[in-house]
Design a protein. Structure first.
Length: 575
């Protein structure tokens, strides 16, 4: 982990106690209408140079407003460049200007440069404040430097460099929660309760949302009740998180209770609330109920947005009713709501699942015509759809386009490509890609390696598959039940049942017991190899574990029984 940020911070810390928290101000000498005068970067730069030549010089507040306008336009590098010009010509600066520059570096993901602004505070006698360090903490979390962020925060508190406010606590809690450290966020909330800065609804909402995303709904509702006991009124954000968590768990009675409670507290559901509810219903296949919620939403004068319509489209696509999804898509346009990339991706996915690649490709081509850019999900969906119908050449063209114009392929893209290459016997191409990804240390996980092992097994490359399987532990990956099952299937295809038994034992030893799919794969192997003595005992073992034959095993069993009817007598009586 890079330590430059903390080291730079350590160099600054000894000087911090000599500075108060007051701000240096300069009276305004000129008023500039930035909304009218700045519409692009050239306008901003021209205005800056005109301001520099003004007599008297505009106030530091005016320069701050210009920089804020540029930040909103995402011209982060230009802000830094103009700030350097300010320093060269000796224009006075303030803590606000320095905080903006620090933020510009953070937004560019250059936290090392952001920390380099701290000496300027000391040199100019401008005091640090809570905004300064909150910006740096946010920058550290944005670059996934969680340890550095925690070290800095602890130093600020322990050495009383600045008193964290609710916003700073929130920055740390949100940064931790987004990276899976929900328990640490909850602990920080408890620390706040014991200190001078008490948690407010903003802080509680961060932890409640994290708990809901972790599917720990009971703990989230306990926090809601705790808020009420402490007279901290929950708001719409609180209830939206809880309703979303309840929907994802299919706990519809809780959804109704929370919705009613929200209304009784005079917290009006907004478009986001209704969209959460509609999306939850659609994902459970309850599209008619979702449509009813949308009608109710409109009656309450809450206009559905693009997210709401996209959720309904997704619901129809999940049920295979892509034509109805297309009608919703067309309704969007009739209402003057421009479909976004998510709407296009949902519909493209619907057509791909129906193997209607002509419509999918037409929509994919339309995206750029509408001034949108396909995202990773869009490309991955198209790649999967094209491979499914055997259009390998088109899939390669789509991938080449992705490499040429972006976005950057992710682990799902690479897994889809490997799956497609293996499916059509392009083993050499698959392994070249796999070797390249390993060499470049691309992001991989156990699911990615499972695709490779499965592809090799299905292309009669059992030895190569087993070699990759055996090296998983050396690269810090643990096989899951699917990986083990794929390897077992490879051995079954070759009739290597001693190896199958060895893998089963390894699964038990590693705390990853075989599931119903694993046992069906083994049973299919025994049936194909006509291992009559093994079949009888294995059937009993399956029954004892509560497993049953799936459709594939049943089909093989029926075929085998035509030549050997006695095999049916081996099926255990479950009564």
């Amino acid at each position: 982990m890079t330590r430059i940020s903390v080291n730079k911070c350590n160099a600054i810390i000894p000087f911090l106690s000599f500075h108060s928290s007051s701000s240096r101000c300069f009276s305004a000498r000129a008023h500039i209408n930035f909304d009218k005068e700045v519409s692009c970067l050239d306008d901003a730069v021209s205005l800056f140079h005109r301001m520099v030549r003004m007599k008297p010089l505009p106030s530091v507040i005016e320069f701050s407003k210009l920089f804020k306008t540029m930040i909103n336009m995402k011209h982060y590098s230009a802000v830094v460049s103009l700030f350097r010009e300010m320093r060269i010509v000796g224009i006075p600066i303030s803590d606000c200007i320095l905080n903006i520059v620090t933020n510009s570096y953070c937004l560019r993901h250059r936290i090392d440069c952001a920390f380099s602004v701290l000496p300027i505070y000391l040199k100019t006698g401008i005091p640090f404040n809570v905004v300064t360090f909150n910006t740096l903490l946010g920058g550290l979390f944005a670059e996934n430097k969680v340890t550095d962020a925690v070290v800095l925060f602890k130093k600020l508190v322990r050495e009383k460099i600045c008193e964290p406010n609710e916003v700073m606590y929130g920055t740390v809690m949100r940064g931790l929660s987004k990276r899976g450290h929900t328990e640490k966020s909850l602990n920080l909330l408890r620390i706040m309760e014991q200190g001078n800065t008490k948690p407010d609804v903003y802080n509680y909402n961060i932890v409640i949302d994290a708990l809901c995303k972790d599917r720990n709904l009971d703990a989230a509702i306990n926090l809601l009740n705790e808020m009420k006991q402490k007279n901290i009124p929950p708001d719409r954000v609180t209830y939206n998180s809880l309703i979303d968590g309840s929907c994802k768990l299919g706990q519809w009675e809780k959804v109704k209770t929370l919705f009613s409670e929200m209304v009784n507290l005079n917290i009006n559901p907004d478009v986001h609330t209704f969209s959460i509810l509609i999306d939850g219903l659609c994902k459970e296949g309850k599209v008619e109920d979702a449509a009813e919620v949308m009608r109710h939403m409109i009656e309450k004068d809450v206009e559905p947005g693009i997210i709401t319509y996209s959720a309904i489209m997704d619901g129809y696509c999940l049920r295979g009713q892509v034509d109805r999804a297309r009608r919703v898509f067309n309704v969007l346009r009739e209402k003057g709501i421009e479909p976004n990339i998510f709407s296009y991706s949902i519909l493209i996915n619907g057509y791909c699942k129906k193997k209607n690649l002509a419509e999918a490709m037409q929509l994919f081509g339309e995206i750029s015509q509408k001034g949108l850019k396909p995202n990773t999900v869009t490309y991955n969906t198209m790649l999967h759809g094209l491979f499914e119908v055997g259009r390998i050449g088109d899939a390669k063209k789509i991938f080449d386009e992705m490499l040429r114009v972006g976005p950057t392929p992710d682990i799902c893209t690479h897994s889809t490509l490997l799956f497609g290459y293996f499916k059509y016997g392009l083993v050499e191409e698959a392994m070249l890609l796999f070797s390249k990804l390993e060499k470049n240390r691309e992001d991989t996980n156990i699911a990615f390696y499972t695709v490779v092992i499965n592809g090799l097994c299905k292309n009669d490359k059992l030895r190569e598959a087993h070699a990759i399987f055996e090296k998983l532990s050396s690269i810090g990956l643990l096989p899951d039940v699917r990986t083990y099952t794929v390897m077992i299937n490879g051995f079954c295809r070759e009739g290597l049942f001693d190896e199958v038994k060895g893998i089963l034992k390894k699964m038990e030893d590693n705390g990853c017991p075989a599931n119903n799919t694993t046992y069906n794969v083994i049973m299919q192997g025994f049936l194909r190899s006509n291992k009559i003595s093994e079949i009888a005992s294995f059937m009993k073992e399956m029954a004892g574990r509560g497993f049953s034959f799936d459709a594939a095993t049943t089909g093989i069993l029926i075929n085998v029984s035509k030549e050997n009817p006695s095999i049916l007598d081996m099926i255990p009586d479950r009564s």
